[in-house]
Write a protein of this length. Structure first.
Length: 243
């Protein structure tokens, strides 16, 4: 039988290291170390291809208008425009004066005679009968009373009027709207009496041509009763309508 185990002997000298065993499996990764300093910048790379254009931005606010430029030279005149529409006719003007009578026309070949004529004083219609034809009716109302004769009398009193002092003046006025074209006078009685020493100093139209004026007096013989030398004068005037 084995005896009891004696005390442990002193440690022996280390033996020679054995051959390394096979490499064991890799251990878990250790904690990352602190990043090293950045390396020097490498050379610039080639430019990349341009990217697509971006969408157009919104229009900016309009700027302030600049100062007006100088006026340009006047261009050539344009072609005339079309004529405008005629305006409305104006009011009819007043009737002008009657013109002079024109020369007689050539003699016609119509040998019809006027068979008669009649004037209606109320309507102013003049009817002219034509031989073998239709009567013509003409409105002559505007010509009615074209010519009129006015008369008036005045008394030349010898005790008031005589050639040495004053003359009697009498003006016969035409109707309104007419002009005087002639006139004159006659004595009552109807003949000149030299014994009465009648003196006529004027017979003429007035400046307005609307009256005929006569001036008369008595020539004094310087003595005797001359009261019977007074006489009456009748004045007449021919007046026509004014167009």
């Amino acid at each position: 039988l084995d005896g009891a185990v004696g005390p442990a002997g002193a440690d022996g000298t280390d033996g020679t290291n054995g051959i390394d065993g096979a490499v064991g499996p890799a251990g878990a990764n250790g904690i990352d170390g602190i990043n090293g300093l950045d390396g020097a910048a490498g050379p610039a790379g080639a430019d990349g291809t341009n990217g697509l254009d971006g969408a157009a931005g919104a229009d900016g606010t309009n700027g302030t208008n600049g100062l007006d430029g100088l006026d340009g030279a006047v261009g050539p005149a344009g072609a005339n425009g079309l004529d405008g529409t005629n305006g409305a006719d104006g009011a009819v003007g007043p009737q002008g004066p009657i013109g002079l009578t024109g020369p007689a026309g050539p003699e016609g070949t119509d040998d019809q005679n006027i068979s008669g004529s009649s004037l209606d004083a109320t309507t102013g219609l003049l009817t002219i009968g034509i031989e073998g034809g239709t009567a013509e009716v003409v409105d002559v109302s505007a010509l009615q009373n074209t010519v009129s004769t006015q008369t008036g009398t005045f008394y030349v009193d010898n005790t008031i009027y005589n050639k040495n002092t004053a003359a009697a003046v009498f003006s016969l006025v035409c109707p309104v709207g007419t002009k005087v074209v002639g006139g004159g006078y006659y004595i009552t009685p109807d003949k000149f009496d030299e014994s009465k020493h009648q003196v006529f100093l004027g017979s003429y139209p007035n400046s307005a041509l609307n009256a005929w004026t006569v001036q008369a007096s008595v020539e004094s013989n310087g003595g005797g009763n001359e009261s019977d030398r007074s006489y009456t004068v009748t004045v007449y005037a021919t007046c026509i309508n004014v167009p």
